[in-house]
Design a protein around this ligand. Sequence first.
Ligand code: THG
Length: 370
Amino acid sequence: MFRITMSPRIRMTPFHDSTVAAGMTDITVYNKMVLPTSYGDLKAEYDRLIEGVAMWDVSVERQVQLEGPDAHELAQALTARDLTNLKEGQGKYVAMCDHDGRLLNDPVLMKLSGNRYWFSLADNDMLLWCKAIAAERGLEVAVTEPDVSPLAVQGPKAEDLIAELFGEHIRDLKYFWFTETDLDGIPLVLCRSGWSKQGGFELFLQDGSRGDELWAKIADAGAKYDIGPGAPNHVERVESGLLSWGGDNTPDSNPLECGMQRFVNVDCEPDYIGKAALQQVMASGGPERLFVGLNIDSDVANAWPLPGRTPITLDGQQVGTLAAVVYSHRLERTIGLGQVKRTVVEADATVEVQGPNGTQTATIQQLPFI
Ligand code: THG
């Protein structure tokens, strides 16, 4: 093993001291910030998420704030989804594309008011992109990074815990909807969201000096639910087919090649960057590749992300890329995620993958696995 050299270029999160005190053992770097990835027992972390409740630091999901009279216009230009009916207090999972329709990011977009929006980002420098587009279009909007740091509370017991802390009304909050509130004076935005399919909330802390205080309050109140620290869970997210931007997709992929078809409006009224390119893709018969699940022959007890994408082949020809391989505790078999040529997916072909155990055969299946 090797160590990570820290420096001021890599930002610590407002929860950093708490994550260290909680026994954090592993990190990765995401959006040039520290993302804790384990507390030393991956199976226990998985079980907590599936059966109980886990809390994790996702400050790395940095926000870009658009504020001003042209905030809506800019948000729509940057988003490959019709935002006409987006309500105040509502979020949506969206694709941000470049002019060629390539997926630059898959954030959660939140409408705080008619002239204030947040993109809650995956791993890419979108502040630069948003500022440049606003300036080039001469829009009246301030594009900034606000002091906001999400803390995720996920799992089947998350709702009981959050209701105890914030009131029964939060049970009525719909998916990706949010409310501005506070916890004993700690300002935050409470959103029903999170990168797992086990249900839960994210607390968007709005004062970076109070991270350890917020962490302690959630940990204390969660003790009776056996809450424990966790991280964006690699096994659960593969089972659930949640995209890890930049890991699962090759850089030239459009959102239709990343499993985002449900979240993209190709023929809506409003225009957006990349729309013409996506229309071209559909006019020429559809995306070249699809984001799919792979049922891999033979077991691999590999709980960590692959260090790189490897080829998926059919009769020796490359037909896709393998991005993740895990042993699913619930399915009790080895599964993976990758991008595969659409014609191969439609033919229901059996392919070969280069996994941690060498060459293995795999069948293709629609996502999610569970
Ligand atoms: N939270 C916040 N920001 C984020 C993420 C997050 N930014 C980047 C990344 N994660 C965004 N990715 C996803 C992907 C899927 C979901 C959430 C974030 C998700 N999808 C559900 C599904 O696919 O079934 C529901 C989608 C829907 O119905 O609209 O939950 O985690 N702050």
